[in-house]
Design a protein around this ligand. Structure first.
Ligand SMILES: Nc1nc2c(c(=O)[nH]1)N[C@H]1C(S)=C(S)[C@@H](COP(=O)(O)O)O[C@H]1N2
Ligand SMILES: [Mo]
Length: 442
């Protein structure tokens, strides 16, 4: 019987024959592409939701320099946010097995001795801490927000945003160091060259990562050549590397198939893992997905009735109060638009009917050029009870204060008596149970 060391700080403690540069490199290259897409779509989501217009949408206060890229989110194509956020969340979920397998593949490194050998080595380990910590943090907060958004009363946005910058900074420097070797490793694997523990030639060829061999030898060359992650005393394999990669890929595929339908119509039926996935929750014109219900938001029937409810519209020429019947007598327009939530789910296009936001602006003194607007709900608590829209969103002829959807009055849960709907915007800007609209610079 072989004498297996008990301490994980000994290279011989790690016995999986799967570990090695090839396995790690394949997963790393998949993450390189995937995480880059996640980062771009994530930043786009902040541009869409955080117009830097009024403190109310500004979920990342004092972002300063990090807000350098913010721009006016367009209203075309009308499914833009459905696409960017659907990709962000679906891809994030799909990459979970890859991330976990990648971390598993390098876990022996965590236990290396001595923990710190030099200043450079200390800095390198610190950057890996930010990389692994940042990655786990971003994936965890993302999944929690999608699955249990009430865990994050408003604080999800700044956490996920700042976390993303920390993660991406560490990710970029890691990629710069590792990608050349990873490409070489994958090419060698495809040529079928074997990996050998500790020969250094087939390892981590970046000079910055050269490491001395451990006490059990075989894990690094005597002259400090790279440790290769290949187990010096491996157990017999129960699955090939290719088999293991296929297993990880299969896990990703399964997550994709059970998530993607929350935003891609063709896969609706299989979106079992997505809270707002699957088939529509109800029948009839108002039967599509609901985020927060009227009762959750504390909306009482008494305050939405024809006698009680008035829309209060304010602008440079003063304030106008309109009942629902009076709104119904203003020119009505139709727009076919989806709801696309920051949680990644979206609906197909629904047919909304109501008054154009720019017509409401004109009622209070904004003729011609559309202004920004601050929209407030009847709802008294919660981060989403108000939202700011930019002038390009107000100006779009498809941006409505909707009274009807799919030919029926809005249901209580979809925002009766009136809700905002704006093309290409995140769902969170489509305020329900609207009570007040203030047009002009805020
Ligand atoms: N007043 C109010 N409006 C709101 C919300 C809310 O919680 N309160 N949720 C927003 C979010 S996050 C989304 S995704 C959409 C969902 O609209 P729906 O429930 O009609 O599908 O409404 C938005 N409007
Ligand atoms: Mo949302």
């Amino acid at each position: 019987m072989r004498d297996i060391p008990r301490s994980p700080t000994s290279p011989a403690f790690w016995r999986s024959p799967l570990r090695g540069p090839a396995f790690t490199s394949v997963l790393g290259l998949v993450l390189l592409v995937g995480v880059t897409v996640l980062f771009v779509t994530g930043l786009l989501s902040y541009a869409a939701y955080n117009p830097d217009l009024a403190a109310v949408n500004d979920k990342t206060p004092d972002k300063g320099l990090l807000g350098f890229y913010l721009f006016d989110w367009p209203t075309d194509p009308h499914w833009l946010y459905r696409l960017t956020q659907g990709v962000h969340v679906t891809l994030g979920v799909t990459l979970i097995p890859v991330l976990l397998a990648k971390l598993w593949s390098v876990v022996p490194r965590l236990f290396e001795l001595p923990p710190v050998r030099s200043v450079t080595h200390a800095l390198e380990r610190l950057s890996l801490l930010l990389l692994v910590g940042g990655g786990l943090f971003e994936f965890t907060t993302g999944v929690l927000n999608v699955q249990l958004d009430y865990l994050f009363p408003g604080s999800f946005y700044p956490l996920h945003f700042y976390g993303a910058w920390v993660f991406i900074a560490a990710f970029v420097s890691h990629a710069a160091l590792k990608v050349p070797a990873a490409m070489r490793n994958v090419r060698r694997m495809r040529r079928g060259e074997p990996e050998v523990a500790g020969d250094g030639a087939y390892g981590d060829e970046t000079g910055a990562h050269e490491e001395a061999g451990g006490p059990h030898g075989g894990a690094g060359g005597p002259d400090g050549t790279a440790r290769t992650l290949v187990a010096p005393c491996p157990d017999p394999p129960s699955v090939s590397r290719r088999g293991a990669l296929a297993f990880v890929g299969g896990g990703s595929l399964l997550l994709f198939a059970t998530t993607a339908g929350h935003s891609f119509d063709a896969l609706r039926g299989t979106a079992l893992l997505a809270p707002h996935g699957g088939v529509e929750p109800g029948p009839g014109p108002n039967g599509f997905q609901i985020n927060k219900t009227a009762s959750y938001a504390g909306i009482r029937a008494a305050e939405t009735g024809e006698d009680a409810w008035r829309l209060v519209v304010t602008g440079p020429t003063g304030t106008v109060r309109l009942s629902r019947a009076e709104l119904g007598r203003l020119p009505a327009h139709t727009a076919r638009l989806p709801i696309a939530c920051v949680e990644g789910w979206s609906t197909s296009d629904q047919e909304w009917r109501g008054v154009r936001l720019r017509d409401l602006a004109a009622l209070v003194g904004h003729e011609g050029r559309a202004p920004d607007v601050f929209v407030e709900s009847l709802q008294r608590h919660g981060a989403f009870r108000h939202a700011a829209l930019r002038s390009n969103q107000v100006a779009d002829p498809r941006s409505l204060l909707a009274l009807h959807v799919n030919g029926a009055p809005l249901s209580a849960d979809h925002g009766y008596p009136a809700r905002v709907i704006v093309p290409a915007a995140p769902g969170v800007l489509n305020t329900k149970w609207v009570a007040r609209m203030t047009f002009g610079r805020l």
